[in-house]
Unconditional design. Structure first.
Lengths: 104, 166
């Protein structure tokens, strides 16, 4: 995979940033190389099976999503789910985030 | 060669604070232009490299951030929510996927580091802590699509380089 660094993190809310033109030049060059050399690219394959574990901020959020089909509660703040189809797990992860976000 | 660009915003050039990427905040309008500029650079590079089609999938917040009036006219854009594969919508109709404006995972010292939403302290995939880039790469990988490019800060780019050799 090609990368284009457009800023260097000092911490979560600060960075040494390239200017727009310099950043654009880096991105354009990396994108061009990625496609021109696409025969070198390999899909990132890590399964199946797949297991996703999520640690939430609050126990109540874990409690809310633990009721979803196939979702197990692994600790007061963590849940997990597994399967053979990553597309389904990706959708479940999105649903877990949406439901957890409603718990206040 | 069909290219999908999944365009997040926290890793955009110049972005360092949440107000830069939150709709409704004054700074947001300025950084939408930067976001669009970064995406346009990736589009231009892809076509220079030989791409025949580029589709841009909005992948930040409500997924209505890119200024379509300033977007390269050679591309089409997937905008808005809900869409089945969310940040990765369109990955099942491309040959290579790019991640632009991506960011480090929750808990890392990268700019605006998080994983998907505020509610997640961490996400693990098959036992290893995962960023949004890794999750997206795994989804693309299941379909047989490689990741060709990741842009953002040095933290996410360093992680991306571990997903596969350059």
């Amino acid at each position: 995979v090609k990368t284009a660094v457009v800023k260097y993190a000092k911490d979560n809310f600060s960075a040494r940033c390239l200017g727009l033109k310099a950043a654009g030049d880096r991105i354009r060059d990396a994108a061009r190389s990625a496609i021109a050399e696409h025969d070198m690219l390999q899909p990132y394959r890590i399964g199946p099976p797949y297991t996703i574990n999520v640690t939430l901020r609050e126990a109540a959020q874990a409690g809310a999503v633990a009721g979803l089909p196939g979702v197990t509660r692994d600790s007061p703040v963590s849940v997990g789910f597994s399967g053979e189809n990553f597309r389904e797990l990706y959708a479940m992860l999105e649903a877990v985030g949406i439901i957890a976000g409603t718990v206040r | 060669m069909r290219v999908l660009i999944s365009a997040d915003m926290e890793g955009t050039t110049g972005v360092t604070g949440w107000h830069d990427v939150q709709p409704g905040q004054p700074e947001y309008q300025r950084f939408r232009r930067f976001l669009t500029a970064d995406v346009n650079a990736a589009v231009d590079g892809a076509f220079q490299g030989g791409a025949t089609e580029v589709v841009v999938n909005e992948a930040h917040d409500g997924m209505r951030n890119i200024l379509i009036e300033d977007l390269d006219e050679r591309v089409e854009m997937i905008s808005g929510l809900h869409k089945p594969l969310v940040m990765m919508e369109g990955v099942d109709a491309c040959d290579v996927v790019f991640f632009t404006g991506y960011h480090a995972r929750a808990g890392e010292p990268g700019v605006l580091a998080h994983t998907l939403c505020d509610e997640f302290a961490s996400v693990e995939l098959n036992g290893a802590v995962a960023s949004e880039a890794r999750l997206g790469a795994a989804l693309a990988g299941e379909i047989g699509v490689p990741v060709g490019l990741v842009t953002g800060d040095d933290v996410i780019c360093s992680e991306a380089e571990k997903l596969s050799p350059a």
